[in-house]
Design a binder for this molecule. Structure first.
Ligand code: SAH
Ligand code: MG
Length: 197
């Protein structure tokens, strides 16, 4: 655990230096607590980055198995390295691909969506069939650095405006979804937890 502590510190420093958007401290605490509470047998993560959130979930639940998808080669390789250092190769399986190209037929008790923010809806619709009956879908960055809470004309960048619009469409989709009930938590960068009805 002492070894892991320095690995986690190292990963946070690497993420900061290389501008990799790993989860914020209170967001990751929220997520690991959810894992501890719900004891999922297996988790699907969309957006591994360097393996930070996957490693923390695995360290907090000795039984959980995680499949995580990353499309960026450099980050994928960094995640492979970190998972090896944490000795979690037997519990974390990485897939190097665009998640929208990946077909999985097994079921997961928790699906964690933390990849391209404009594609949350596409990920949700694609992988909902892989969720076990009483599983949870957790989506990170639902506040997107506070921009989602701003008025549209206050956001100067056009790209950012369009991204925020997509996140809002996704939030409306979750709010109006008849098959899922979603709770939005103002922790970290905003986390949505959706449970099948
Ligand atoms: N979950 C990580 C952070 C992920 S950052 C953590 O908290 O530690 C988001 C990652 O999603 C980026 O590394 C990005 O390359 C990846 N990504 C974005 N779109 C993707 C897609 N369509 N398929 C797979 N990975 C994607
Ligand atoms: Mg995130």
């Amino acid at each position: 655990m002492v070894e892991n502590y320095s690995l986690i510190k190292e990963m946070k420093e690497y993420a900061e230096e290389n501008k990799i958007p790993i989860m914020l401290d209170d967001g990751i605490n929220f997520l690991t607590n959810l894992v501890i509470k719900h004891q999922p047998q297996n988790i699907l993560e969309i957006g591994t980055a360097i393996g930070y959130s996957a490693i923390l979930m695995a360290l907090n639940d000795k039984n959980v198995k995680i499949t995580s998808i990353e499309r960026d080669h450099e980050r994928y390789l960094e995640a492979v390295k970190n998972i090896k250092k944490a000795k979690l190769e037997d519990r974390i399986t990485l897939i190097y691909n665009d998640a929208l190209q990946v077909e999985l037929d097994n079921k997961f008790d928790l699906i964690f969506i933390d990849a391209a923010k404009g594609k949350d809806l596409a990920f949700f619709e694609k992988f909902a069939k892989n969720l076990s009956d009483d599983g949870l879908i957790v989506t990170d960055n639902i506040n997107f650095h506070g921009y989602v809470l701003m008025k549209e004309d206050e956001i100067k960048s056009k790209n950012l405006r369009s991204l925020v619009k997509k996140i809002k469409i996704y939030m409306d989709f979750l709010k109006n979804n008849k098959d899922f009930t979603t709770t939005f938590y103002d922790v970290g960068d905003g986390v949505a937890v959706s449970k099948r009805n």
